[in-house]
Design a protein around this ligand. Structure first.
Ligand code: FAD
Length: 369
């Protein structure tokens, strides 16, 4: 049984909660509360681990750009190994997707057209006749999500923050200017500020606290690992079509991760993969690549949780004092996390958010009030 009082309680120790907690800990007494036995069990441990500048709405692209420097130059002692490794991203356009490609080239940053035969030099499995045109983002990269996540949790501990695992919030009540939080497993925490970083459960935590939900929608996404033999795929770019109907990327040197880029609405849960989604992903990938899939070695699914307008929701609730939303990270929560965590801390501490100030109106959860 734990009973502790803090300056701020952060609910959820995925990448969102870990980054917010780490950035707040030098200034405030932080309690990071996680329902599961390990931090990162849900979406954070299930991502495709790629950073792509040309991905997501403008607010996401802005935060991805602001996060890039952190990946390139993490603070001293943050991680023992690099947290990024270059991995270009190729966008393939079958003829009907050429208008999409044109738009991406006109509006995208760091994107260039590449001749399909040049792409085939990089990816010899690319079938003749699938794509009529293609573009490439050269400066995308793989992220080491586990090392990144642990780095932020280490920073939290370094600043004397507390991580409470196996601690699912139950009753959450505002009493005399503080959030009083009962833990289902036993124990009690309290703080004047509560940060809702509960991912797919963001609305559920709000309801516990008597706060009006934003209308978050978790969407299932599936990944499967296959052996691309006889191809050596380790240096291939991430490949996807311009309409984002599928993607695949090298995994663990000799394997390929394949996804149908599915977005199936589901309730918040420990989500599992659906056989049909795996088959669809492999079928779409095989239309582009001559890969004979004999066996799916491993598959999983995770939740990407969106606000109603698919932009992020970072900021104070419109009505409930001391309730801070840090949700709606969708399919970009890892690549935006360094700048997102800093921004959350700046807003909570009343600091100047610097270059992120321009996107604040788009992120403000009060837009749904
Ligand atoms: C297949 C897939 C591929 C992806 N690929 C990428 C990618 O390439 N790049 C990228 O940037 N992003 C990617 N994402 C998205 C990314 O994984 C998410 O945006 C990110 O992990 C969200 O982090 P989070 O901390 O908000 O959520 P989570 O990691 O789900 O953390 C929320 C935490 O809150 C806890 N919690 C919930 N309710 C309570 C409660 N009542 N009490 C205590 N704790 C609670 C949960 O247990 C959970 O640990 C992908 C996602 C999927 C599923």
């Amino acid at each position: 049984m734990q009973s502790s009082s803090f300056d701020v309680l952060v609910i959820g120790a995925g990448i969102a909660g870990a980054t917010a907690a780490a950035h707040l800990a030098p200034t405030l007494r932080v309690g990071l509360i996680e329902a599961e036995e390990v931090a990162g069990y849900h979406s954070t441990g299930r991502s495709a681990a790629i950073w792509i500048q040309n991905y997501g709405p403008p607010d996401v692209q802005a935060l991805s750009g602001l996060s890039r420097r952190f990946f390139e130059h993490p603070p001293d002692g943050f991680a023992a190994t690099p947290i990024m490794a270059r991995r270009p991203v190729a966008f393939l356009a079958p003829s009907e997707q050429e208008p999409l490609l044109e738009r991406m080239l006109a509006e995208g940053a760091g994107l260039r057209e590449i001749a399909v035969q040049d792409l085939r030099q990089m990816v010899p499995a690319l079938r003749e006749g699938y794509a009529t045109r293609a573009a490439i983002e050269d400066d995308a990269f793989d992220m080491d999500v586990a090392v990144l996540h642990q780095g932020f949790l280490k920073l939290l501990r370094h600043h004397s923050g507390t991580l409470a695992l196996r601690s699912r919030t139950g009753r959450v009540e505002r009493v005399a200017g503080r959030w009083e939080v009962d833990i289902v497993e036993g124990g009690h925490f309290s703080a004047p500020i509560l940060v809702d970083a509960a991912g797919a459960w963001g609305d559920a935590v709000a309801l516990q606290a008597g706060v009006r939900p934003l209308g978050l929608q978790p969407k299932r996404r599936t990944g499967a690992i296959i052996d691309p033999q006889p191809w050596d795929a380790r240096d291939w770019p991430l490949l996807n079509d311009c309409d984002h109907n599928w993607y695949c990327r090298p995994e663990a040197r000799t394997r390929l991760m394949v996804s149908p880029a599915d977005e199936t609405d589901v309730e918040p849960q420990d989500v599992q993969p659906d056989e049909l989604d795996i088959a669809i992903g492999i079928d779409r990938m095989q239309q582009a690549l001559a890969i004979d899939v004999r066996r799916v070695e491993h598959s999983w699914a995770g939740l990407r949780t969106f606000t109603p307008d698919r932009s992020l929701a970072f900021g104070w609730d419109a009505r409930s004092e001391g309730f801070f939303w840090f949700v709606g990270q969708g399919g970009y929560g890892i690549q935006t996390s360094p700048a997102a965590g800093r921004l959350a801390a700046d807003l909570i501490l009343g600091r100047d958010p610097g270059d992120a100030a321009a996107i604040l109106p788009v992120l403000d959860p009060r837009r749904f009030a």
